[in-house]
Design a protein around this ligand. Structure first.
Ligand code: IVH
Length: 688
């Protein structure tokens, strides 16, 4: 038996969480921090754990995770048929004009009568759904089916956080809300990206993603697909709702009940209004976060809609006016392989140019080798190309019926490239568990050079202020700089050569040279990080610097020795070995530490030939206020090989105690760890 108190608290939590879901998922404007939300959610989960009968409430947000898989979807007859819309395939203005003409004629309007008022909307590209709310609570959700009988998919629909489990201020006994379940483009890309990383099948397009997820019998799987929803109409409504007189006002009323309604809609007058809406939306189609294949015009006055009625399952009061298709057929002429910023090798289909999604497309990505093989794309094949939004065009699939007898062979990236990077000739590798082949050329490969330079100069690496995107582009394109070593080469980079660059004044040139000069003074850890070795981030670079103490020691280490560094596993070790195994990378490093060209300096001015660092293997803890910023103290210690930890333990070698040191100092004394005051600390730094 649930006590009144628990019962009320659970109801209160359900209300609060549902409200927060609306702000978060529909309005995209949360009103409480995530942590607060999590607290409420955990409290409700705990109550439901103790009293499982509380889970039976249809409005419980904890039930959005999906339940037991079904054997089949039960069927349900729609109380009001779910009609489809006539499609105007003439994508010119004429499509809109023809609709307005038909409407006026059917309504018996004369030329002298006022223009008809229309509600204009987007035509979403997903799956039509009927949401039945009873007394404002989500009761059942069904697909359109054949328009008369659909399938009950309530469990799957419940997993869509945008769909309200409870309507705001709505006690109508039965209200059927109709709309489209769709997948946003970014959600689709993210989902596919993740699948690709794991070598799993991808979704063909967002529409299939939405439709496939809802038809999924296992709602736990459906819950993992990122879906969204927009309402565009109603079905059966019981008495008790003061139904508005126009379609647009009806959507406003739904929105007020917390149902997601797309804001991109308008009330316009006459054919001219329709034409303008069509043009306006066509122009911003790419910027919308989801795919649409056209717009929808509806006679706004609901009484007139009734009068116009429908013929052969298509209402005469609505029409869909299309845009150019985002998927087209074309032929693959060749398959190229491009080198990306991090050396990633991407197969790209060279296509017979085709007009798709509003532009002419002649290249489309095939993503990676596995995907190319899974789709079995071959030279000579007819393929479906998709270009939606500003997403790069991709090959969706092959039309096998159109495969010619003389088709190319099954795709094999390594064989195609004879194991070498097409740009720089370095070896290519595909590591275990990786889906991508990569060029090992690193700093030497021109395709990777710009990106490598940017990384080298970045704030947490060599920190060369002012060496950004545009400048790197110019420096590389003009041939002044090829590798990071060239940045320090006075023969290559100087006031004269910089003066030839566009938009490069003398002052900026001076600033740049000064920033580069400044960067010579660096730490071993920063330098290792700056090299841009795959899988070697800032933390690993620090560990490597501490462990090896000098670049020479690091260069001499084999994979086995590399793995002795804390947190360096086989993958990281292999990346490092592969990087230093490339002659080109060693050349760049040699140039960087070449005295003639002006070598980089470690803090102790020992050049790159740093021997074992003085504090290598020592752990420091900083506490209290020091006269230099904590971050600087940390960096100076790390530069000398020390590890700086946040907590005192038996393994701590020194605790540096500044002013007002607290519990860490106590702990150090307790454990008998050496404590240094600031003066002693500075002396130690100075003597090192
Ligand atoms: S109204 C009587 N409005 O298009 C008209 N439908 O063929 C009932 N659709 O299955 C639908 N966007 O899933 C309407 N703004 C919109 C729509 C829309 C997309 C879909 C809907 C339906 C199909 C009609």
């Amino acid at each position: 038996m649930v006590s009144n108190e628990v019962f009320r608290r659970a109801a209160q939590l359900r209300n609060q969480i549902n409200k927060h879901d609306y702000h978060y998922y529909v309005l995209d404007a949360p009103i409480i921090p995530d942590a607060e939300y999590d607290k409420l959610f955990r409290e409700l989960l705990a109550l439901e754990d103790q009293h499982p009968e509380l889970r039976e409430f249809h409005d419980s947000p904890t039930q959005r995770v999906g339940g037991k898989p079904l054997d089949a979807f039960p069927q349900v007859a729609h109380d009001e048929p779910m009609l489809s819309i006539r499609t105007e395939t003439d994508i010119s203005d004429q499509g809109a004009i023809a609709f307005d003409t038909r409407v006026r004629k059917a309504l018996g309007l004369r030329d002298s009568d006022a223009p008809v008022e229309y509600a204009c909307e987007l035509k979403f590209d997903g799956l039509a759904i009927n949401l039945r709310y009873k007394q404002g609570k989500l009761w059942m959700a069904s697909t359109r089916g054949d328009g008369t009988v659909g399938e009950v998919v309530t469990e799957n629909i419940r997993t869509i956080h945008q769909i309200p489990l409870v309507l705001v201020d709505c006690e109508v006994p039965v209200l059927d809300v109709r709309g489209e379940v769709y997948m946003r483009r970014d959600d689709f890309e993210k989902y596919n990206e993740r699948q690709r990383e794991r070598g799993l099948p991808t979704l063909v397009n967002p529409r299939n993603g939405a439709a496939g997820s809802i038809r999924q019998l296992d709602s736990k799987l459906a819950a993992q697909r990122p879906l969204s929803f927009f309402a565009y109409g109603i079905g059966k409504v019981d008495d008790g709702w003061n139904k508005p007189e126009t379609h647009s006002a009806m959507l406003d009323a739904l929105a007020a009940m917390s149902v997601p309604v797309c804001e991109e809609r308008a009330v316009v007058h006459g054919a001219q209004g329709l034409v303008e809406f069509h043009r306006r939306i066509a122009a911003k189609r790419d910027q919308l976060p989801f795919d649409i294949d056209g717009v929808v015009y509806k006679v706004n006055n609901l009484a007139w809609q009734k009068e116009l009625d429908f013929v052969s399952r298509e209402p005469r009061w609505a029409v869909a006016h299309k845009f150019p298709a985002e998927e087209q057929l074309t032929v693959v002429r060749d398959i190229d392989i491009q080198v990306g910023r991090t050396g990633k090798l991407t197969p790209v289909a060279k296509l017979e140019p085709v007009f798709v999604g509003g532009t002419t497309v002649s290249n489309a990505t095939l993503h990676n080798e596995d995907e190319t093989r899974r789709k079995d794309v071959r030279v000579g094949d007819t393929v479906i190309v998709r270009r939606a939004g500003d997403v790069i065009p991709e090959v969706v699939g092959v039309v096998l019926e159109k495969r010619p007898a003389q088709v190319g062979e099954s795709f094999d990236l390594f064989k195609r490239l004879h194991g070498k990077c097409p740009v720089c000739g370095s070896a290519i590798v595909r590591e275990e568990g990786e889906v991508n082949w990569r060029c090992t050329g690193g700093l030497f490969c021109p395709a990777q050079r710009k990106q490598a330079l940017l990384h080298f100069a970045s704030r947490r690496a060599m920190d060369i202020e002012g060496l950004g995107d545009k400048l790197v582009e110019q420096l590389v394109d003009s041939g002044i700089v090829e590798t990071p070593a060239d940045l320090y080469d006075k023969h290559k980079l100087n006031l004269q050569t910089l003066a030839n660059l566009e938009r490069m004044g003398e002052k900026s040139a001076q600033n740049l040279l000064q920033a580069i000069e400044h960067s010579r003074q660096t730490t071993l850890a920063r330098f290792i990080y700056a090299l841009g070795i795959r899988n070697v981030g800032e933390a690993t670079a620090k560990d490597l610097a501490q462990h090896f103490g000098s670049l020479d020691n690091l260069l001499a280490a084999n994979e086995e020795r590399l793995q002795q560094v804390p947190d360096v596993g086989p993958i990281v070790a292999q990346s490092i070995a592969a990087f230093f195994g490339e002659r080109h990378n060693l050349d760049v490093i040699e140039k960087l530490r070449d005295k003639e060209r002006g070598q980089l300096r470690w803090p102790e001015h020992a050049g790159l030939k740093v021997q074992v660092l003085p504090f290598s293997g020592k752990t420091f803890v900083l506490t209290g206020t020091l006269s230099m910023p904590r971050e600087e103290a940390k960096e100076r210690l790390e530069a000398l090989g020390a590890k700086v930890s946040g907590s005192v333990s038996k393994k701590t070698d020194y605790v540096v105690a500044g002013a007002e040191a607290g519990s860490k100092l106590d702990k150090a004394r307790e454990l008998g760890v050496t404590v240094l005051d600031e003066q002693q600390f500075l002396t130690l730094l100075g003597s090192a």
